[in-house]
Ligand binder design. Structure first.
Ligand SMILES: NC(=O)c1ccc[n+]([C@@H]2O[C@H](COP(=O)([O-])OP(=O)(O)OC[C@H]3O[C@@H](n4cnc5c(N)ncnc54)[C@H](O)[C@@H]3O)[C@@H](O)[C@H]2O)c1
Length: 365
């Protein structure tokens, strides 16, 4: 179950290495881990802006070690893993943007693919039990645009460099699992390795460029019209707390039964809970109470997948995991976060408490 009372015994006083801790998802994850009493070593680049969520939550003080280092620095990463001796590793550090991957493909491959290899190679040196969950993405699948939700053993692929770099990370993860962390030989190496493929994450505190929620918030704040280039694209929208709860649940299960759960999992919304980009924007504007958009489809724009859906039956069956919020609730909670934040009342902890203590208001909001 994804509740703090269920998860805390697995993470209290445990050493958790969190790469990507200064980012959007990492900052939410740190708050949940800190609330459970985990000892966090964060390994990431420094936050880019003084307004980043990491600073808002005083992220530095949630870590026993707060390292601003590059995942491409294999030597420094190895030193960190060996000296910190983590019980758990959550690998979130990445260049996570499709558009930026067209501008900087080599950097994207180095960070996302080689960076993952650097981490797993460092883990090989550990002489203790360690559970590792590597965060990839819903975009790792070859996408023939059939609209059929992807299952975990579908063919990997990737048109744009970001998707390809994450698919490459998946191949690297599988290679390390088969070659060095074979689940059937857990007793000898004591490592369990899983990969997780979550959907498009929305939630408060995301300020990235070229992501729909931050773009909406920026357009409303600056009183300008938002331009949609791909209004009919569908994505598996999820509130940020959903995949974080799922990663923690999976890691707790791996702690108990490393052989059984050392595999790949999709985490996303129900397949009948799919919204287009335009529907998401309309709902966000409704909740905000103002804002407007227009549609400008550029025939020369870079390729982005039209339909993306994840089949989550494996997670439901193996982990008894299911999303707690539907898409409309996720959007509402996200926009409410930004509204509260604008009023100087940032409410991450209230959101975490509501989700993890099962105080979920399931009014169809
Ligand atoms: N946000 C989403 O919708 C979404 C969806 C699916 C998967 N993901 C994956 O989740 C993870 C976190 O994404 P996010 O949305 O929080 O992104 P983000 O950009 O907010 O955070 C990225 C993090 O990675 C770190 N990082 C980047 N390059 C690094 C490098 N060279 N060395 C060390 N650290 C580096 C950054 O410092 C930051 O802490 C990524 O792996 C991303 O691919 C995100």
């Amino acid at each position: 179950m994804v509740t703090l009372s269920h998860l805390t015994p697995y993470f209290k006083d445990k050493k958790v290495l969190l790469t990507g801790h200064t980012g959007f998802k990492g900052s939410w994850m740190m708050q949940v881990l800190a609330r459970m009493g985990a000892k966090i070593c964060g390994y990431s680049l420094a936050p880019e802006n003084a307004t980043d969520l990491f600073y808002q939550i005083d992220g530095e003080n949630m870590c026993v070690q707060n390292l601003y280092e590059d995942i491409r620095d294999a030597k420094r990463l190895k030193q960190t893993v060996i000296s910190f001796e983590p019980d758990f590793i959550f690998h979130l550090a990445a260049q996570p943007l499709v558009i930026d991957s067209y501008t900087n493909p080599l950097y994207t491959f180095e960070v996302n693919a080689q960076g993952t290899a650097n981490l797993l190679d460092a883990m090989k040196q550990l002489e203790k039990k360690c559970i590792c969950v590597c965060i990839t993405t819903d975009k790792v699948y070859e996408n023939p645009e059939t609209g059929i939700p992807f299952v975990e053993n579908d063919k990997l692929g990737g048109h744009d460099p970001y998707s390809a770099s994450k698919a490459a990370a998946e191949i690297i993860i599988n290679s390390y699992r088969q070659s060095f962390f074979d689940p059937t030989k857990f007793a000898t190496h004591q490592k369990a390795l899983a990969s997780v493929r979550a959907g498009n994450v929305i939630g408060g505190g995301d300020y990235a460029s070229n992501r729909i929620i931050p773009d909406i918030v920026r357009s409303i704040t600056s009183d300008t019209k938002l331009t949609l280039r791909n209004p009919n694209a569908t994505r598996p929208w999820q509130h940020v707390i959903e995949p974080i709860g799922a990663y923690l649940l999976l890691a707790s299960k791996m702690w108990e039964a490393p052989v059984k759960y050392a595999t790949a999992y999709n985490f996303g919304p129900e397949t009948n809970d799919v919204l287009t980009v335009q529907a998401l924007v309309e709902k966000a504007i409704e909740v905000f109470g103002n804002g407007s958009f227009d549609i400008q489809q550029d025939p020369n724009q870079k390729h982005e997948a039209q339909n993306l859906m994840l089949n989550i039956e494996k997670a439901k069956h193996d982990l008894q995991w299911a999303p707690k919020y539907n898409a409309l609730q996720s959007i509402t909670k996200t926009i409410e976060w930004y509204k509260d934040d604008r009023n100087g009342d940032m409410k991450c902890l209230e959101h975490i408490q509501a989700y993890f203590e099962d105080k979920i208001n399931d009014a169809n909001d």
